[in-house]
Ligand binder design. Sequence first.
Ligand SMILES: Cc1cc2nc3c(=O)[nH]c(=O)nc-3n(C[C@H](O)[C@H](O)[C@H](O)COP(=O)(O)OP(=O)(O)OC[C@H]3O[C@@H](n4cnc5c(N)ncnc54)[C@H](O)[C@@H]3O)c2cc1C
Length: 437
Amino acid sequence: MAVGNSQPHVVVLGGNFAGLGSAQKVREYAGGGVRITVIDRKDYLLFVPNIPADIFEDKDPALRQRMDLRPTLAADDIEFIQGEVVALDPDARTVDFIPNERPGGERQRISYDYLVVTLGNRLAFDRIEGFDRYGSTVADLYHGNKLRRYLHEGGYRGGPIAIGSARFNQGDGAVGLQPYPGGKIPGAVAACEGPPVEVMLSMATWLGKRKLGGPEKITVFTPAAMIAEDAGETVVNKLLGIASGMGFHYVNNGQDIRRITKEGVELASGKTIEAEVKIVFPDWVPHDFLKGLPISDSRGFVKTSLLMRNDKYPNVFAAGDAAAVTMPKLGAIGHQECEIVGRQIAKDLGKMSAADADKPLQPIVYCIGDMGDGKAFYIRSNTWYGGDTAVLTMGRMPYFLKMRYRDLFFSLHGKVPGWGLGLAELLAEDHRPSSRA
Ligand SMILES: Cc1cc2nc3c(=O)[nH]c(=O)nc-3n(C[C@H](O)[C@H](O)[C@H](O)COP(=O)(O)OP(=O)(O)OC[C@H]3O[C@@H](n4cnc5c(N)ncnc54)[C@H](O)[C@@H]3O)c2cc1C
């Protein structure tokens, strides 16, 4: 660590998509005159979006979806600390962490000039009664591999399958923001419903290939009035039309998961879905130490403007799932936010003009979901926020893009060029008007 270094110090908490992206963007735009430190409890990036596809293809995601953070950061002269962040004090401009490479680490304190909070959230499986015994999920390596073995090593007995989300408890941190003229960041009762839709479609393909049935065995449920509502009504209606035509069962307004039992999923609405396999997504809950801080909203998400900057503490930024403004909790939105963080800090340091830096977030839901059998669906939509774009396509090209995006991300060490998403649009979208949602 460069003790005595007089350069402005940017500390980035979290080193997954939003943390790595923010640190790299600060280096790109602010150049060499700034010291950057990333703190994460693990020293690899986990490429979460591709875990589900690995499960259905019987590949071990632990061997395929991790990227080593240390050399990636070192290449940009970014320091890395492997530690558990336990507290932060925005008045004193300090962060407390515990080095966690080995158990028993002591508490340490680090000072910052700029802070970027990119710690994601807790995925609160521990708050779903019965999940430990009867639940499955695809959100991390342990649970993903557990489900993979169950499906591929003879555990599955051919019974019904339930897939869906618990209720998300959003805070008040994005109220009043207007990303598009007359628009807003709406309140949502599910944090991220691309994954349940993706899992439902690829599970049906998996069943079909093994002659174990198909969509009629699967019930997808949502706490909301409409699944994946953030993709916009036009896209979802089209998606639901296709799904019900295929034979999937759909339960909306479930309100929440009350508990999971051996027999199925009990919803807060009073409905019970009978199922042998219960694949669920929990509430996305802010980390405990963020709750009650002056930078946090009513639940502990970090409050920012659409320039990703906290109003009360302008040297504090947030990006990715930890930011209140990130709705739904989608890596693709975090990606858009990292760009803004990098530009804002460069502006403060006199390395970028306000005209180039002050471009507020206009979130776009980009979602590419595996459907199995080399096919995927692709959504690009901003109508939920007041925009006018709603595209849904399906086929081999989106699948190719989903897989190639991960390869590109790893081979370029996270520095996917800005044109990556533009190119995706060009390739994934059939530009004939009739093909659009
Ligand atoms: C199954 C699934 C599929 C998905 N598919 C897609 C998709 O196709 N497209 C898409 O855009 N999004 C997708 N998402 C959402 C996407 O994964 C998240 O939006 C994204 O990972 C958020 O990135 P982040 O960096 O903000 O947070 P995270 O990825 O959660 O990273 C937070 C980082 O902070 C670290 N950390 C947390 N707490 C501490 C602490 N106290 N001390 C130290 N370090 C800490 C963690 O180790 C982690 O590295 C999917 C999510 C799931 C669960």
